[in-house]
Design a protein around this ligand. Structure first.
Ligand code: TMP
Length: 192
């Protein structure tokens, strides 16, 4: 079972993954969490490049598209373990939403495992990481608006749920649990 958490920076993906991991484990299920970029050499390089002043240029976004795809290939074997539930913080869907053009990104990620469920933690731009960043607010807002629109479009192709991540942590985690429960054989109506 491969469950992907997506959403713009600041949507609360990592917090929710932690909560959901504990809930699934408390219910006797075996869980492994994944984060993209990973901690491989390629993932480390990606994080370095993301900090460069030219990271947002078209050329560097192409470089990042290639590196994200390579970094992702390194974890594909792991996903073959069908006893585990994998909860992933980002995936190829991030590449489709952030990098361009989508058909090229799609072909680079052709051999990547497709998810059983995509959870889009959808947050208003004003509630996103934009609030906390010292970067150019206008430029960033335009970019994040485009990424959010891309997400809403891309996820239509997959089994997905859109979670309103503007709500408090407990309400969001309850919505996420309800979205996942039947997939993993747990009682949906038992969730508060
Ligand atoms: P995060 O650790 O806060 O999720 O940051 C990872 C950054 O990398 C985030 O800004 C989104 C970006 N990213 C892409 O642009 N493409 C990708 O394929 C992935 C996995 C992440």
């Amino acid at each position: 079972m491969y469950i992907i958490f997506e959403g713009i920076d600041g949507a609360g993906k990592s917090t929710q993954i932690e909560i959901i991991k504990k809930w699934l484990e408390d219910n006797g299920l075996e869980v492994e969490t994944l984060v993209e970029p990973t901690d491989s050499e390629i993932g480390v390089l990606i994080r370095k490049i993301l900090k460069r002043p030219d990271a947002a240029t078209d050329r560097m976004q192409k470089v990042l598209g290639l590196l994200f795809a390579a970094d992702r290939m390194l974890i594909m074997d792991k996903l073959e373990d069908d006893k585990k539930i994998f909860l992933s913080d980002r995936s190829f869907i991030s590449s489709l939403a952030y990098q361009e053009p989508q058909d090229w990104i799609g072909s680079l990620n052709k051999y990547v495992k497709k998810p059983d469920l995509v959870l889009l933690l959808d947050v208003d731009i004003k509630n996103s990481a934009l609030r906390f960043s010292g970067e150019d607010e206008f430029e960033n807002k335009e970019f994040l608006t485009k990424v959010r629109d891309n997400y809403l479009d891309i996820i239509k192709e997959f089994n997905h749920e859109i979670i309103n991540a503007n709500n408090g942590i407990n309400k969001v985690s309850s919505d996420v649990k309800k979205a996942i429960a039947s997939k993993v054989g747990l009682c949906r109506d038992c969730i508060e």
